[in-house]
Design a protein around this ligand. Structure first.
Ligand SMILES: Nc1ncnc2c1ncn2[C@@H]1O[C@H](COP(=O)(O)OP(=O)(O)OP(=O)(O)O)[C@@H](O)[C@H]1O
Ligand SMILES: [Mg+2]
Length: 353
């Protein structure tokens, strides 16, 4: 028989529930009558309570909204110190998962641990380690940027001295005394990030940090995230900007229709899908000899020509041979491009119907 302390998300009342491995126990809060359920882990070895290398552990997380299965048995572990990309199409379940990790939403079943601490039973300890940038950043419109940050500093029990330097750091030095109601989307996003990093949390959870930012702002945000990692933080970042994820993430997790479909390094995912680089060669003149020379090469998958343009899909190890054989067959190369498999290719394949 397993035992679990469950905190009611509505009134904070903590009660102890008992059950067998795999059993789902219905819970009614004796204080406010809020109804929920908790499933004890089927396999105690999956139970992440002894997992000391993970900053965030999500095990069999499930959440249904009426008839919509928003998250379905999602399991993944985020290592301490990594930047972990969380990807998926619109409505895939990213924000729902993030809200559950933050203890803002009570799942139907599953377990979440923050540096080993259960978010639902020891909420205060778990939450104190997290900085959060929500998908929809909200502040008090009639307070200035500085007043808003000072308010959150008080809640987070962080010295208010950090507020002005944070505003400077996030490019809001000129807007310190401006009311937040007059902020542009990009300024709100910067203020949201300043609030998230306040107090140097060991875990940052960023739901679409680049949303609404101009190209310079996107680069700025990416540099800030990398900087936080260098200072030892673990970062969970959800984004639809795949180039940005590819540029900064150590590993990615792809969720589709509530189910986790991949968790790995991007290059490993590309290899698993047998994605190949594509060599695009613009020739002065296309000849039968060039085409035959390329087609007969080992490790060449696919050859296509359009006028004097030659496109070749091959193994990474065959790239140099393709170019050499074109030259040896008398080809005069006017332009050359090598397109490596991108995160976009990986994303499309893992999320296709
Ligand atoms: N409070 C809610 N009530 C009812 N349905 C909800 C609620 N929150 C989310 N959903 C549904 O759950 C599913 C997952 O939504 P979620 O917001 O987690 O997706 P997402 O991956 O963050 O999408 P996006 O990329 O558009 O932000 C969607 O079908 C959504 O309509
Ligand atoms: Mg979302």
């Amino acid at each position: 028989m397993l035992e679990k302390k469950i905190r009611c998300p509505s009134c904070d009342f903590v009660q102890t529930v008992n059950g067998e491995p795999g059993q789902t126990v219905k819970i009614t809060c004796p204080s406010c009558n809020n109804v929920g359920a908790f499933q004890f882990p089927k396999d105690p070895s999956l139970h992440p309570s002894d997992d000391t290398s993970s900053a965030i552990s999500v095990v069999e997380l499930t959440k249904t909204f009426e008839s919509v299965s928003a998250v379905d048995s999602a399991t993944f572990h985020i290592k301490k110190g990594e930047i972990f990309g969380f990807l998926g199409p619109n409505g895939a379940g990213k924000t729902t998962t993030i809200k559950a990790i933050l203890g803002l939403l009570y799942p139907d079943k599953g377990e979440i641990r923050i540096n080993g601490t259960n978010i639902f039973t020891d909420e205060k300890k778990a939450k104190s380690q997290i900085g959060y940038l929500p998908e929809k950043v909200a502040f008090y419109d009639n307070l200035t940027a500085l007043q808003n940050l000072m308010f959150y500093a008080e809640i987070k029990q962080v010295s208010k001295q950090c507020c002005q330097p944070l505003l400077n750091e996030f490019g809001l030095a000129d807007a310190v005394d401006k009311k937040v109601g007059a902020f542009s989307k990009g300024m709100l996003q910067r203020l949201g990030m300043a609030r998230a990093v306040m107090g140097d949390p060991s875990i940052l959870i960023l739901d679409e940090p680049s949303s609404g930012l101009d190209p310079r702002g996107v680069v700025f945000m990416r540099e800030k995230i990398k900087h936080m990692q260098q200072r030892g933080a673990t970062v969970l970042v959800s984004s639809h900007i795949l180039g940005e994820i590819q540029e900064m993430c150590d590993r990615v997790c792809i969720i589709n229709k509530g189910k986790i479909v991949a968790v790995d390094r991007i290059d490993n995912l590309g290899t698993r899908l047998h994605l190949r680089p594509k060599i695009v060669i613009l020739l002065e003149k296309m000849t039968e000899k060039i085409l035959k020379a390329v087609e007969k090469l080992k490790d060449v998958d696919h050859v296509e020509t359009t006028g004097t343009l030659l496109e070749v899909n091959c193994l990474a190890s065959a790239k140099a041979n393709v170019i050499l054989s074109v030259v040896k067959a008398g080809g005069n190369i006017m332009n050359l491009q090598i397109r490596e498999p991108s995160l976009e290719d990986v994303f499309m394949r893992f999320t296709e119907d």
